[in-house]
Write a protein that binds this ligand. Structure first.
Ligand SMILES: Cc1ncc(COP(=O)(O)O)c(C=O)c1O
Length: 488
């Protein structure tokens, strides 16, 4: 990472009269701007930095290097699946017929795009084992919200008033947030058996008011809910629906399917599982897949096809009782296309291999890390695992200290303090795209850090100019305006 002090704000590189591009002298009569209402005309030209093109390029390229990214560093951010984003897919997604397509073009002019979206729907339906797919939602969280509205519309159409959404205490925060936003009452399960759902507790909470049980499988501890079929039966017997949070699909692609183990609805995180470059709040894509009886309520448009005289035509259609749009146009097309190319490139065997390698890598790191950091749950893990810094805490070292110090060693930190059920949690997800050498270097760094002095770790990172920003203030009261050194 770059030393922050070495890069000045671009305004401080400004020199009067410097230009990146010089336009040729005007060779047509100048037109008065009097036609523009006076109230809309700026009184003075904006105060922009006057810089050359190399200044601009260097400034922004250097700025981009401040951050860690999958393109620069190992990024084992648990639950976020920060895998390599194949560059070939970037190139495809930007091709004129894809990247430059106007969303208002009529159907007959975008048959190729509609065909790809139709096929993407089919791939996602097949991987989920759930036939109805909407590509509309723009992130996993929005997928959850859209699926819950879909469930709500389904129960309403059946004349049932179901008010409760249940989820285990290891659930991602977006699960209860989506449920609350969709108008449901949230009920949390607080017990667990070895990190898995406690069936007795579930039975005691499920009743005729239960609309949906939301569960991540594999769960956020990296464990496969082995009683998932029994869990689904309990919910179904009470007339409820099972929602599978598909954020962790990377562990089970082509191995088992949410629809086969009892799920009625799920979302994908295309930006995670299918390599859309993500982070920093976007861009995302969270398609949802549902059982056939829920499909008429899905957000639209969805892509359908018809055959006539041996000719296939693709259409944008709105499901009969659709809850409506949750995003403009067809969803987040750029990310959907990257996911589509990824799936087309890999094929069914390749997709299966992704999960095998992701699980193998996680278990490799887990086996080594558990020698110096406790991993409280599970003998083996799926694609990620959660270690605990609770023993280190007794020496005054927190999970946050370890995470910060990893930056000095050139590694992005794992996810910390999630899930809440593990004290001082460090959630590690290597993904399938990392080599043994990279993982070994990470393990060595982690072990070295565990032996370092608490006082030294408390000051980490030592190699960056900004060491421990106040993250809450930075998020709640961000300073987004430039102030020159003289205070203007
Ligand atoms: C388990 C789980 N569910 C849901 C989400 C929400 O997905 P998104 O960030 O795409 O909204 C995440 C994101 O980290 C997650 O890890």
């Amino acid at each position: 990472m770059k030393n922050l002090q070495a890069i000045k704000p671009i305004f401080e590189l400004s020199y009067p009269g410097r230009r990146g591009t010089r336009l040729p002298a005007c060779d047509v009569p100048e037109v008065s701007i009097s036609a523009i209402p006076k109230s809309l005309v700026a009184e003075k030209t904006p105060d922009l930095p006057e810089v050359t093109e190399p200044d601009v390029v260097r400034h922004f390229v250097n700025l981009s290097q401040y951050n860690m990214s999958v393109d620069t560093h190992f990024y084992p951010l648990g639950s976020c699946t920060m895998k390599h984003n194949p560059k070939r897919h970037e190139k495809f997604a930007k091709k004129g017929g894809i990247g430059d397509l106007h969303p208002y073009l009529p159907e007959e002019n975008i048959q190729g795009m509609l065909q790809m979206l139709y096929e993407m729907q089919s791939f996602l339906a097949e991987i989920a084992g759930l036939p109805g797919v909407s590509l509309q939602p723009a992130a996993g969280a929005q997928g959850e919200f859209a699926a819950l509205l879909t469930a709500s519309a389904y129960f309403k159409a059946k004349g049932e008033k179901r008010t409760k959404v249940l989820f285990p205490n290891s659930a991602h925060g977006t699960n209860p947030a989506s449920a609350a936003l969709a108008g449901f009452q949230c009920v949390q399960l607080n017990k667990s058996v070895k990190g898995l759902v406690d069936l007795e507790e579930l039975k005691s909470l499920v009743d005729e008011h239960t609309a949906v049980f939301m569960i991540t499988n594999p769960n956020t501890l990296g464990l496969f809910e082995e009683n998932i079929e029994e869990i689904a039966k309990i919910i179904h017997d009470a007339g409820g629906l099972v929602y599978i949070d598909g954020a962790n699909m990377n562990a089970i692609l082509g191995k088992t399917r949410p629809g086969d183990f009892g799920g009625d609805m799920m979302h994908y995180n295309v930006h995670k599982t299918f390599t859309g470059p993500h982070g920093g709040g976007g861009p995302g894509s969270g398609p949802i897949a549902v059982r056939d009886f829920l499909a008429p309520f899905l957000p639209g448009p969805i892509v359908t096809k018809s055959e006539k005289d041996g000719q296939t035509t693709y259409h944008l259609s709105t499901p009969e009782h659709s809850i409506g749009r949750v995003r403009s146009f067809f969803g987040n097309l750029g990310i959907l296309m990257r996911g589509y190319f990824y799936l087309r490139t890999l094929g069914p065997d390749g997709v299966r291999e992704v999960s095998e390698q992701a699980v193998l890598n996680a278990n490799y790191i887990k086996a080594k890390v558990s020698k110096f950091l406790p991993v409280p749950h599970g003998k083996h893990c799926m694609h990620e695992f959660v270690a605990s810094a609770s023993e280190l805490k007794k020496r005054g070292i927190s999970a946050m200290d370890v995470a910060k110090r990893l930056l000095d060693y050139g590694f992005h930190a794992p996810t910390v303090y999630f899930p809440l059920v593990v004290p001082e949690a460090l959630m590690i997800e290597p993904t399938e795209t990392e080599s043994k050498e990279t993982m070994d270097a990470f393990i060595t760094a982690l072990e070295t850090i565990c032996g370092e002095e608490p006082a030294f770790l408390k000051q980490a990172p030592h190699s960056t100019t900004v060491s421990r920003p106040d993250e809450v203030s930075a998020a709640r009261t961000p300073v987004t305006q430039y102030c020159s050194p003289c205070g203007t």
